[in-house]
Design a protein around this ligand. Structure first.
Ligand code: TRP
Length: 347
């Protein structure tokens, strides 16, 4: 009874662990910034959570098999998060491939994962469906990496006994799979893993792209995050508008210019722009003001970004220090798990 009470107390007092993986492919755009990066960094500043952020470069290999691109993206994405204010002294910031315990745990979990569970993965099923629609073999182009991707992701999460995983909607199923796998492992080998929960933030803005659809790399309508000033201005000028003349009132409700404005503005600035729309602001003027607003928020981060890119060895140092912090947690966990499954010294 007493032991039980202390265990409960300990659990309540332990800081909540929040963990997020960032796949190292592609260049982040304004939509990623507003929808994921900015809120994640803001949340990591709360003193009451223990945050883990990592560069998921093993995950990148599933989608991207160009070594130069994988290498370059790792640098660019690390530089992006650091430039935007992720504080490596305050969070655990590391590169997945620096933690050998992750692939080791992946194997232990693979042996506890039902193939049928993986068959149900949306990401995998989508490719099978595309193949079938194209009259191809259903397995065409599908690697074991893609098929077992959710197990690697489960290892990322379970190794650190993370409680909460902030993700986009498309990732919820993967967190549920991590729970399933953890439950099966716990049931068979005893209680080792915390059951993680997905946290989907419905309040973050989904930014529209140049053509008014959701900003997404697959639509080719993005504004990359750290464009040089001139380029940023050019992209903003390309945002699609209607043909209403200056002096004619405009509807903020169907305007991408207004929507992007709102994602960067204070409530007072948003109210002022709403008034300008009612007063018939010219599109050229609205875009000029939008450029100034976005540039003001991102300008100093862009400079820091360039600074980080110029000193890759400095980023390497930061990541090595992060890996040391992460492994201080991961190594004893894996030792215990190996023991639990029967892999231990004979003597
Ligand atoms: N698969 C995730 C994505 O594409 C990235 C990721 C890898 C991740 N491992 C993770 C996210 C662990 C959260 C937890 O967005």
């Amino acid at each position: 009874m007493k032991a039980h009470f202390f265990e409960l107390l300990q659990r309540v007092m332990a800081r909540e662990r929040v963990l997020t993986g960032i796949t190292t492919t592609g260049i982040p755009h304004l939509g990623n910034y507003v929808g994921a990066i900015r809120p994640a960094i803001a949340a990591s500043r709360h003193g009451d959570v223990e945050s883990f952020f990592f560069l998921a470069d093993y995950h990148a290999l599933i989608k991207c098999q160009d070594p130069e691109l994988v290498h370059r993206s790792t640098l660019e994405i690390a530089a992006t998060w650091l430039a935007l204010g992720l504080d490596p002294d305050h969070v655990v910031f590391y590169r997945q491939s620096d933690i050998p315990e992750i692939p080791e745990l992946t194997w232990l979990l693979t042996c506890m994962t039902a193939k049928g569970l993986m068959n149900r993965s949306h990401a995998y099923k989508a490719v099978v469906q595309e193949n079938e629609a194209a009259g191809e073999d259903p397995d065409f182009g599908i690697t074991m990496g893609l098929f077992s991707y959710p197990i690697l992701m489960a290892a990322d999460i379970l190794l650190f006994n993370a409680h909460r995983i902030p993700v986009g909607r498309d990732q919820i199923q993967h967190i549920e799979m991590a729970r399933d796998i953890a439950q099966r492992f716990n049931h068979h080998y005893g209680e080792h893993f915390v059951l993680p929960e997905a946290a989907v933030d419905d309040n973050v803005a989904l930014l529209q792209g140049l053509d008014g659809r959701k900003m997404s790399k697959s639509y080719g309508n993005t504004i990359p995050l750290f464009l040089p000033e001139k380029q940023l201005q050019k992209h903003i000028n390309k945002i699609k508008t209607n043909l209403l003349e200056p002096g004619v009132p405009k509807d903020p409700g169907d305007s991408t210019v207004f929507q992007v404005w709102q994602a960067f503005a204070t409530p007072a600035q948003t109210a002022a722009m709403r008034q300008s729309f009612a007063d018939g602001i010219a599109w050229g003027e609205a875009k000029k003001q939008l450029f100034e607003l976005v540039n003001a928020e991102l300008g100093s981060a862009r400079e820091r970004y360039e600074g980080f890119l110029a000193r890759p060895a400095h980023i390497e140092e930061i990541l090595n220090a992060g890996a040391a912090k992460a492994r201080a947690i991961a190594t004893p966990v894996l030792t215990e798990l190996r023991r639990a499954v029967g892999i231990r010294a004979l003597g």
